[in-house]
Design a protein around this ligand. Structure first.
Ligand SMILES: [Zn+2]
Length: 295
């Protein structure tokens, strides 16, 4: 549960982040007899301009307040940030076409899937086969991946971490080389796709390098960016390089801006090793530890 001060802080942060008109324009105009004063609204995937002046000032009567409580298109709900959704029942998500699937994760954010299909179509027509081996994963999907590594059921670097690395923080850091804590994965957003293979070594083979070179050259045209680039001066924290993980930035950059405002460490609970999240500062060092060229 969220504490009082945290709620106040969150409210202030949300006010700051959502300073544009709060109502969906269609809902507002349908429910109000007032002349439409809606000139323009920010694009749904862009945060509102900071200088935007709320059109509802001074405070409207109570009735009007109720009317403007429809979800704002400029604020993403918490459930989408932490994967607490069922994509089969949520219109925000779409299925990846069978011909571009390489695994069992079939869902993505609908805009990201559209862009991925456009990219895969163009790649195919030029002789490059792109398949999504992973895409949307829920909190519980990620909890299973994480806890299998935590308990030694899945080997990490050939080892059972519960035996080789009993210290909780050290064990979490080892898993965090390539896997996210539940609640912190970009795969929760449906905007990120693992393409073709989950090993960097594949992308050094003849076939893999050919695919990687095509993605590096062309993926940005479709909105995709390799968020987990090589570690170094440009990216000193976070996961190791993942040449397979590509993120649809028009949606993901909006989610990433919202994430630290809405998700605090009190949300990152309910899985083995969660106590290390704050100590490691996974939000700053991992969620925000991306390739600075991906915006
Ligand atoms: Zn990935």
């Amino acid at each position: 549960m969220r504490s009082g001060p945290a709620l106040a802080l969150l409210s202030a942060a949300l006010l700051a982040a959502c300073s544009g008109p709060p109502a969906d324009p269609i809902v507002a105009s349908a429910q109000s007899s007032e002349p439409a004063t809606v000139a323009s609204y920010p694009d749904p995937v862009q945060p509102p301009a900071p200088e935007a002046t709320p059109a509802v000032d001074p405070a409207p009567p109570a009735q009007a307040v109720e009317e403007v409580e429809a979800p704002s298109t400029s604020h993403v709900a918490l459930k989408y940030l932490i994967g607490d959704v069922d994509p089969a029942k949520d219109p925000m998500f779409a299925k990846i076409p069978e011909k571009y699937l390489g695994g069992s994760r079939v869902w993505g954010h609908k805009d990201a899937v559209d862009a991925f299909v456009r990219m895969a179509d163009d790649a195919a027509s030029n002789g490059y086969v792109l398949k999504a081996v992973s895409a949307f994963r829920s909190f519980s999907d990620q909890k299973q991946i994480w806890e299998n590594k935590w308990t030694g059921k899945t080997l990490v670097g050939g080892k059972k971490l519960n035996a080789s690395t009993p210290d909780p923080k050290a064990r979490a850091l080892k898993i965090l080389e390539f896997s996210s804590m539940p609640g912190t994965s970009r795969h929760h957003w449906g905007t990120d796709f693992d393409i073709n293979n989950l090993n960097n070594s594949y992308f050094n083979t003849r076939d893999g390098k050919r695919i990687y070179d095509w993605l590096t050259a062309h993926a940005p045209q479709y909105g995709f960016c390799q968020v987990y680039s090589a570690k170094g001066a440009d990216r000193s924290t976070g996961y190791e390089e993942e040449k397979w993980h590509w993120s649809y930035m028009p949606v993901a950059s909006w989610y990433l801006k919202q994430y630290p405002i809405d998700v605090g460490y009190e949300r990152l609970t309910g899985f083995e090793g969660a106590a290390s999240a704050k100590d490691i500062d996974v939000i700053k060092n991992y969620v925000q530890g991306i390739n600075p060229e991906c915006r």
